[in-house]
Design a protein around this ligand. Structure first.
Ligand code: ZN
Length: 121
């Protein structure tokens, strides 16, 4: 691989350029991370705030995204909705973690549903 800073060929197994000491892995990881966040965001928020009000997948099942009045959402609102999914996922994840820390071994989803998970010995 080539160093992004000095352009010299450097040992691909190293994290840092053997010539100038530049971080060769960080910028790649950072740009991949950006793509992983940006591509779904632009895809979902872009399509859902477009005239079709739906991603191609939603179009197939005749679903649209609207605001509370049934109108087309702005890109900003679609963005908020998109990143809200991550919060939901995070809460679910925390909900699962709670199983380990609560007295009755309840996850958040158990508490919400009023359920217990019992093991039979
Ligand atoms: Zn270098």
């Amino acid at each position: 691989m080539f160093c992004p800073k000095c352009g010299k060929e450097t040992d691909a197994s190293g994290k840092f350029c053997q010539w100038c000491g530049a971080d060769t892995v960080g910028p790649i990881v950072a740009s991949l991370g950006m793509l992983i966040i940006v591509i779904p965001w632009v895809y979902f928020a872009g399509f859902e705030s477009s005239r079709s009000q739906a991603t191609p997948g939603k179009v197939l099942v005749h679903a649209v995204v609207t605001d509370l009045d049934g109108d087309r959402v702005s890109f900003a609102r679609a963005t908020l909705r998109h990143f809200g999914k991550f919060i939901s996922l995070l809460i679910i994840f925390i909900g699962f973690l709670m199983i380990a820390f609560t007295k009755k071994k309840q996850g958040l989803h158990d508490k919400i549903g009023g359920c217990l998970v019992l093991r039979q010995d």
